[in-house]
Design a protein around this ligand. Structure first.
Ligand code: ADP
Length: 266
């Protein structure tokens, strides 16, 4: 199923989570970034168009200015993201430069998606970049983001980008193989759900959450993202970014993941 969906998708948004981009000690996982860039480049050679949504600015900031580890003040947090964003993009630039591919940075807020003129400008910029073979890399603009205009997580940012660009597919790369019937980090007997067609009833299960139902953690925002895109007829894949050659594995069907399908199975 997943390999068919990937095979028929031309415009793909891929979101990479912080856990995938950083080692457990907080340093940037440059091996992952290099391998990911290799895989994205192979997809581009198959005439696929890719937009990346990249987390990791805060972690990159912390590994740059380690002595700010204990600063909890919001302005320090925003300053850390501003520092880290440069490091993050520098790492992405180097990873793609080996393939002669340019990258572009877009820092967005919720207001940008809500305002018709701004979202049209973003859309036109994305189309221009993609037409010229440049890879747009999107992150939330943490510097300007107070709570009122924050999207708050890159899963939802990636879903909004998918809708804005009218993509064919959204892929979220996290540190787990997909959606499980319960949090796999707490329950050894959790089993992977490979196909989801009814996200609304899953989300209701989350709200009433008991020890035996879905864990919450970062999975809630992934279900919100899935609801947004499948509601518009676009499939979403949740996969494990730490699996070697994950994108090619999804294409060939050798890597297991969860497909959120907009098509109700009968
Ligand atoms: P990322 O930073 O990659 O976006 P998060 O840490 O926000 O990822 O979310 C992924 C985490 O959600 C998993 O590592 C897992 O511990 C947790 N989780 C909770 N419930 C589930 C579930 N039912 N299935 C899969 N993961 C779950």
């Amino acid at each position: 199923m997943i390999s068919e969906v990937l095979g028929s998708s031309r415009k793909i948004v891929i979101k990479v989570g912080s856990n995938t981009l950083a080692h457990p000690d907080g340093s940037m996982n440059r091996d992952f970034m290099k391998s990911f860039a290799d895989q994205v480049h192979s997809l581009m050679e198959e005439r696929k168009q890719i937009i990346i949504v990249s987390s990791g600015a805060r972690i990159a900031g912390l590994s740059t200015i380690g002595k700010w580890q204990r600063k909890t003040d919001i302005h320090y947090k925003q300053a850390l993201c501003a520092i880290g964003q440069v490091e993050l993009m520098d790492s992405w630039r180097k990873a793609f430069a080996t393939h002669g591919v340019h990258i572009a940075q877009l820092l967005l807020t919720r207001e940008d998606f809500e305002d018709a003129t701004r979202s049209l400008n973003i859309r036109n910029t994305l189309f221009t970049l993609i037409d010229e073979g440049v890879i747009p890399i999107i992150n939330e603009n943490d510097t300007t983001c107070v709570d009122e205009i924050r999207i708050g997580d890159n899963d939802n940012l990636a879903a909004l980008t998918t809708l804005l660009w009218s993509a064919d597919l959204l892929i979220l790369l996290s540190d787990i193989d997909g959606l499980y019937d319960k949090n796999p980090k707490e329950h050894a007997d959790a089993s992977l759900l490979e196909l989801i067609t009814d996200i609304e009833s899953l989300k209701r299960g989350l709200v009433s959450g008991s020890a035996n139902s879905f864990g919450v953690g970062g999975i809630r925002t992934k279900l919100e993202a899935a609801a947004k895109v499948t509601g518009a007829g676009i499939p979403m894949i949740l996969a494990n970014g730490s699996r070697s050659m994950v994108l090619q594995g999804l294409v060939s069907g050798t890597v297991k993941a969860t497909l959120f399908s907009p098509e109700k199975q009968v």
